[in-house]
Design a protein. Structure first.
Length: 364
């Protein structure tokens, strides 16, 4: 645990922010931390946390210099981006259409760009990422990124399976994963795209420097009820390429975080084999059960325990109990504020922070 002793003055509120995931919840407090929020995140991933994160310590960054962020309708950077400009071609030239009511984009309807994975060398044109205006992006986002937080660069909104769906549509993609006549070509395609992603990691690290702490890499693998493909298929077809990217990210001293939607408990061993340091599961996943089984191997976002209708005092106590149950040496977690914002009340955060800081003291 951290070597910074707890001081009761830390419980003074330094600032508050609206809960953007649930505006009905009162503004979330940040305490008077004994170190920068960025350093706190770094130490958690190193296994020596100073406190249990509340979700305010990280920032999100999705720069418009990467065409996919515009195409997919997800730009977050220093200057406001006009939503009217969302959609259009991604880095491979696939055309996307932004749907405002859905808050995201979909590939424009039509014949799949790639009908057989064996044809990918003829059909796909890989981007020249050096032609993008990285210098301008670095200058324009410098102040935005140097904010004391651990900024995670949201990476590509689909790297392997989701990227394949954009090339082949869903049915074509899932068939290609198991078709013996396409599998070898598909592995070659994944190898080439992964090499491209490693180059993108290099360019982002060079451009944004210490303004970013890691990458949140996007690849959805499941529906509300089950994965799109079996663990055996995932292990053979995708895990080796994921591992190549996570190894590359971590070699630069940066965090490799996974975003993958769906019911994916049975794929969690694959995520661990692939080298991901953390994953935030959606609500249909048994996060507390997964923590018990795998919390010593990957940093999971765990659903908070908060009784419905709890008083403020009970909420604060629940925050302390959460730390006791799910934040232990060698087996830490992050509360799942992304999918359970209603449980991350100010009182729960207060109890969680105090308990985790006092736990740090007791371990000295």
């Amino acid at each position: 645990m951290s070597k910074i002793p707890f001081d009761e003055k830390e419980m003074n509120v330094a600032y508050t922010v609206p809960n953007f995931l649930d505006p009905a919840i009162p503004e979330s407090p940040a305490w008077t931390y004994p170190q920068s929020e960025k350093d706190a995140v770094k130490e958690l991933y190193a296994g020596t946390p100073t406190w249990c994160l509340s979700g305010l310590e990280t920032g999100l960054f999705a720069p418009s210099v990467i065409p996919d962020n515009i195409a997919r309708g997800f730009v977050i950077e220093g200057s406001p981006f006009d939503m009217a400009d969302y959609g259009g071609p991604d880095m491979f030239g696939i055309e996307w259409e932004y749907v405002p009511v859905a808050g995201g984009s979909m590939v424009r309807p039509g014949t799949p760009f790639l009908e057989d994975a064996n044809d990918w060398r003829k059909m796909l044109k890989f981007p020249n990422i050096d032609s993008w205006d990285w210098d301008a992006s670095g200058r324009e986002n410098y102040d935005y990124l140097h904010n004391g937080k651990a900024n995670m660069l949201w990476f590509l909104n689909g790297c392997w399976y989701e990227r394949l769906v954009s090339f082949m549509d869903f049915e074509g993609a899932v068939v290609a994963l198991i078709d013996e006549e396409q599998k070898d070509a598909l592995k070659e395609l994944f190898a080439e795209t992964t090499a491209l992603y490693c180059k993108l990691v290099d360019r982002c690290a060079e451009t944004y420097g210490d303004g970013i702490s890691g990458f949140t890499v996007h690849d959805d693998w499941g529906s509300q009820r089950a994965p799109f493909f079996s663990p055996a298929v995932g292990e053979e077809m995708i895990v080796p390429y994921m591992r190549e990217l996570t190894d590359h990210i971590k070699s630069k001293g940066l965090i490799a975080d996974l975003h993958s939607c769906g019911s994916l408990e049975m794929q969690l061993p694959n995520f661990i084999k692939a080298g991901w340091q953390s994953w935030c599961p959606m609500p249909m996943n048994p996060t507390q059960k997964m923590y018990e089984e795998y919390g010593d191997k990957i940093l999971l976002h765990v659903e908070p325990d908060l009784p419905e209708g709890a008083s403020e005092e009970e909420q604060e106590k629940a925050g302390g109990e959460f730390v006791k149950n799910y934040f232990n040496p060698g087996k830490y977690c992050i509360p799942n504020y992304m999918y359970f914002p209603q449980k991350m009340t100010p009182a729960f955060r207060r109890g969680m922070y105090r308990a985790s800081r006092q736990q740090a003291v007791s371990s000295l």
